[in-house]
Ligand binder design. Sequence first.
Ligand code: PMP
Length: 405
Amino acid sequence: MYLNSEIIRADFPILSREVYGKPLVYFDNAATTQKPLSVIRKIEEVYSTINANIHRGVHRLSQLATESHEEARKTVQRYIHASSSNEIIFTRGATESINLIASSFCRSQCKPGDEIIITAMEHHANIVPWQIQRDITGVVLKVVPITETGEIRLEDMEKLISPKTKLIALAHASNVLGTINPVKDVVRLAHSRNVPVLIDAAQSVQHIPIDVQVLDCDFLVFSSHKMYGPTGIGVLYGKENRLEQLPPYQGGGEMIANVTFEKTTYNELPFKFEAGTPDYVGSTALGEAIRYIESIGLENICFQEEKLLRYATEKMQQIEGMRIFGNAKHKSPVVSFLVKGIHPYDMGMLLDRLGIAVRTGHHCAQPLMNALGIEGTLRASFAFYNTEEEIDVLVAGIERVKKMF
Ligand code: PMP
């Protein structure tokens, strides 16, 4: 279904602002998306009407805030089709979710020499936590290479799997190349060797319908702020039996059953992994963001974003000296590019003066930049509220910057 961009854009107050006297063209959605009014209002509503610390509160406000937090957990469960809300752990974001698994998993399930497989297109959030564990527990990191088009081949991954492989952790969609990885096939392959899989869905959960039961993945992580929700909150999904086997990541309030100085027993799932006062305002607002996505329809969002990606790729390819990185068949709405003879920082800064927000640099994927033999790129990343007219502004902006060089 075609979305009426005028109506949609009215939901996002920031989209009508100007930057340097020019209408804002916001193409940095892979870094963070803008927020609809319903989400902004929800945050105000929680603080204005039900704010109180949650769980174990006998008073009315505490009960209401607890209900709101637990309702949000159910909303997330529904959105990714988890079989139980016990499988939804609220964290600070995708980064913390991966750190949680890396720490708890490696500490409890790995011995020196055991192997973790990642891919060459991972965000630092899915590299560094494993390296930290490598230094603590002696696990070995193996990396699946990428092809010319920026894809992984299952046969390359298969070659890396050995009896010592303990986990495969990979991005569903690359934040740089846009590549959508065949995660269902990866899970099938991994499970045929009894290897669990963690999917980094930070760049897919806002674009593609996700059903964790169909994917059959063991863990899946994402951040609220990239899916129209607030910053500071995210999700770790884990199969219940997998999460049961893992020790807590952080200790403190909420995550305990009983504490004495001699011994502490831990709370049940999901609370075992939620030490301290949870971000119940954030969770509630994330729930609202999901309801917003559902009200638009993820399939409609997907349709619009694919259209924008096709349009942008077609138009940008016509620019002389343009080099686009990532030409996978299945892509999220991201175009990473360089223009011959122009440093990406210069291009990014000059586009900014025209009101166009794109990201420049290594995009937290330095090993990928090394593999591509470059220092960085420019990245235009789209959301369903963007328009073809805005892409025309970007293309004209790039041409204008080119003329200046
Ligand atoms: N993984 C990928 C693929 C990402 O793009 C990002 C954010 N750029 C992250 C993980 C980390 O997300 P956050 O910073 O919200 O924790």
